[in-house]
Ligand binder design. Structure first.
Ligand code: GUN
Length: 294
């Protein structure tokens, strides 16, 4: 058997088309143009590519974007000053501080300083708490992208055993919280999962992953997930983006797992494009909420 590939790029394009129409209507109704401010500190090549892709995507759907590039030597106080300015700016609706930040900066302090109403990454504890309680202000971009891929590929989540490998604050933990809820923005069929979260200390990892109806790999280890770790017919979602000598490689051994899985996302072209689409969604939500509050 060869898995059906889930085309994240096509799904993201579909979402961006929908968003383009919503943005145009919002601008027509309010005369407000949603605006995302991205902050990039230092010269990390991968971060530069990500930020450029995010800006291009904004442009495509009619969202304004600002790029604030700061040198790697920027102090924490200087970065916090910029965040304060962006928090106060009525032109800016969403703020994204690209991670990783240089080692001398405390990323938690900086992320906590972002106004929760402009926190389009949904990293602020206020927003994380809301997700945990099932009343989100914003959905975190990559977990929401995973949920959208499953939903739009007609892969039911309700009642299924989802195994998430990875417990990061960006993907593993929020995804687990979202999928275990009774309901979601995509309806109850896209939630209500039985969720297991595995990590580097999990014993017998492959015996757990083999139980998964839906297996999500989000650890940042190239080709960690091999065919023997996958239940035949399972949906396998690869969140990993690892730069290796072979080029971009996911956390899933694609050629191996393709022979057992029922559905599989490629890398690149799987979850990545969805992350950006969901960031655009959050920027529009932020603009709408801030406009309503005026
Ligand atoms: N770096 C890698 N992924 C992300 C993300 O989702 N948001 C931000 N701000 N930085 C990242």
């Amino acid at each position: 058997m060869s898995a059906e590939l889930l085309d994240g790029k096509a799904i993201a394009n579909e979402i961006k088309q929908e968003l383009g129409k919503e943005v145009a209507k919002f601008i027509e109704d309010t005369s407000v143009v949603p605006c995302l401010a991205a902050v990039l500190v230092g010269e990390d090549p991968a971060s530069q590519v990500y930020v450029r892709n995010k800006q291009r995507a904004c442009e495509r759907v009619g969202i304004d974007s600002q790029l604030h590039r700061l040198p790697a030597e920027t102090t924490q106080a200087e970065l916090l000053d910029l965040v304060d300015q962006l928090n106060a700016s009525s032109e800016v609706h969403g703020i994204l501080v690209q991670l990783p930040l240089p080692g001398h900066i405390d990323a938690t302090k900086v992320l906590d300083a972002i106004d929760p109403a402009k926190d389009v990454d949904a990293f602020h504890p206020d927003n994380v708490g809301r997700i945990a309680q099932g009343r989100p202000r914003f959905l975190p971009c990559t977990p929401h992208g995973v949920q959208q891929i499953l939903h739009r590929s007609n892969i039911p989540v309700s009642g299924q055993h989802v195994v998430v490998v990875g417990r990061s604050d960006i993907v593993g933990k929020p995804l687990a919280m979202m999928l275990v809820q009774r309901d979601s923005t995509l309806g109850s069929a896209a939630a209500n999962a039985t969720v297991t979260v595995c990590h580097s200390r999990s014993k017998e990892l492959s015996s757990i992953t083999r139980e998964a109806d839906i297996l999500v790999a989000a650890v940042g280890q190239p080709k960690l997930i091999t065919a023997d770790m996958v239940k035949p017919g399972a949906a396998v979602i690869d969140v990993g983006i690892n730069r290796t000598d072979e080029g971009l490689v996911g956390d899933v051994d694609f050629d191996d797992v393709r022979e057992v899985a029922g559905h599989l996302t490629p890398v690149p072209g799987g979850v990545g494009p969805l992350t950006i689409a969901m960031l655009l969604r959050n920027t529009l939500t932020a603009a709408a909420t801030q406009n309503d509050a005026r």
